[in-house]
Design a protein around this ligand. Structure first.
Ligand SMILES: [Fe+2]
Ligand SMILES: [Fe+2]
Length: 145
């Protein structure tokens, strides 16, 4: 995985935070991406909070469930416009979900380090995925007119 871009134009990219550079141009997709980053920020706080264990597991579960729902909605959008790279894009979603649910079940056993690893992994994966893959959907839809 290539390193995170530090800057895009004048915008600094912070971890666990949605920024304008992530804009796809579809209102629902953008709102869902914002919510995902808000949940990542919540999880980041929980991990460093006092009552970590339970809160981390709860937020993590919510985050993964919400991400899964977002993927389903994004896939429905791609199908509705007959997006040519649908299969390839969906395969990336499926691969991520397999990996993070696997990590989640190991977190359930109380591995705190793993929850931090999962948080950072998910943040970096989503950042790259949104910038490269999701924004391409937005461009395709705009070109359709
Ligand atoms: Fe996607
Ligand atoms: Fe997305």
């Amino acid at each position: 995985m290539s390193p995170l871009p530090g800057k895009t134009g004048n915008q600094r990219m912070e971890r666990f935070q949605w920024c304008e550079a992530f804009k796809v141009g579809d209102g629902t997709v953008d709102d869902q991406h914002k919510r995902i980053f808000a949940l990542l920020a919540d999880l980041h706080q929980d991990i460093h909070g006092k009552h970590a264990q339970l809160a981390v597991r709860e937020t993590l579960k919510q985050l993964l469930a919400y991400t899964q729902r977002h993927f389903a909605d994004e896939e429905a959008l791609m199908r509705s416009v007959e997006y040519p790279q649908f299969e390839e894009h969906k395969a990336l979603h499926d691969e991520l979900m397999d990996k993070v649910w696997g990590m989640y079940s190991r977190c359930q056993k109380g591995d705190e380090d793993l929850s931090i690893e999962l948080l950072v992994f998910l943040n970096d994966w989503l950042t790259e995925h949104i910038l490269e893959k999701d924004r391409a959907i937005g461009r395709y839809i705009r070109e359709l007119g």
